[in-house]
Design a protein around this ligand. Structure first.
Ligand SMILES: Nc1ncnc2c1ncn2[C@@H]1O[C@H](COP(=O)(O)OP(=O)(O)OP(=O)(O)O)[C@@H](O)[C@H]1O
Ligand SMILES: [Mg+2]
Length: 266
């Protein structure tokens, strides 16, 4: 597949809940290797789009393609197998397990899960666990949580939980990561670490990110391109500069509350 082909494409996607259209003919593409932003006011349909892409919800109509293949209708398990990993608006860490254990839980297909392997191939289970642990340690360093490896996940701050979630995401060796409001409730220092780990994951591991975020400074500084959704529809797409200057976006979304100066006031 060429680099010019989108990794993800939504074609006229519709999702109705009891006759109300949460997503109303949404079409956009995500190119591989990008950190693409998805913005829009509350209730615009952003999280629903994530649920449709990940298979947590099924489309009412329209089509979703991942690496050229249709994925709407697949289960979350099946989309994860293809390399799509999502995070949730509210982190879902396992509180009574340590940070390291939370990471080691992630990889699917561990031999240890299959009971007969531990009977007949114990060496294989041990070797895989060891490899898994080495990888988890590496990722802990990557997301700057090594110092908390033996802490219960339930004791972490919101920002640290988001870093842990990023670590879990990377453990799954994804191709496309869907991040739902990674910045929410995270203090500026940890936010910088989170941003750095997203950038590095893209640069060094070639991971593509699609990221929902209300923090305009974060989005404008990190994402390119940015897709704007209003009332279930994609209404604009472009560089941060283009989106910031799009009259429709200014009027309908950024309004007087934009984090960055409006064009006429510069
Ligand atoms: N499971 C559901 N059942 C019924 N309605 C839903 C469901 N999920 C979302 N909706 C509705 O769909 C619309 C879009 O919601 P969605 O959560 O996708 O918005 P959002 O853009 O993520 O908003 P926010 O920025 O506040 O997170 C809203 O009107 C919401 O109430
Ligand atoms: Mg949402």
């Amino acid at each position: 597949m060429s680099d010019n082909a989108p990794i993800l494409e939504l074609q006229n996607v519709v999702k109705e809940f009891d006759g109300n259209r949460a997503v109303d003919g949404c079409s956009f593409q995500v190119m591989p290797g990008t950190i693409t932003g998805l913005i829009g006011p509350n209730g615009a349909g952003k999280t629903t789009v994530f649920n449709l892409v990940s298979g947590n919800l099924s489309c009412t109509s329209g089509a979703i393609y991942f690496q050229g293949q249709r994925i709407d209708g697949l289960s979350p398990h099946q989309t994860a197998r293809r390399g799509i990993v999502r995070t949730f608006q509210i982190p879902r860490e396992l509180k009574r397990m340590t940070v390291l254990e939370n990471l080691m839980l992630v990889p699917a297909d561990q031999s240890g899960e299959k009971i007969w392997n531990s009977w007949f191939l114990p060496w294989r289970v041990q070797r895989q666990e060891l490899q898994n642990q080495v990888r988890a340690q590496e990722i802990l360093e990557f997301v700057n949580l090594s110092h908390l490896r033996d802490e219960y996940a339930g004791n972490l701050s919101t920002g640290q939980k988001k870093l842990l979630e990023m670590g879990q995401t990377l453990m799954a060796e994804p191709k496309l990561v869907l991040l739902d409001e990674p910045g929410a409730g995270v203090n500026p220092t940890l936010l910088n670490e989170l941003v750095a780990s997203i950038r590095t994951a893209t640069k060094e591991r070639g991971i593509t990110f699609l990221l929902i975020e209300h923090d305009m400074n974060l989005v404008m500084g990190l994402c390119d391109p940015i897709v704007v959704m209003i009332n279930g529809k994609n209404v604009a797409q472009g560089s941060p500069e283009q989106v910031r200057n799009d009259p429709m976006v200014i009027e309908a979304y950024l309004g007087g509350t934009a984090a960055s100066p409006r064009p006429e006031s510069r």
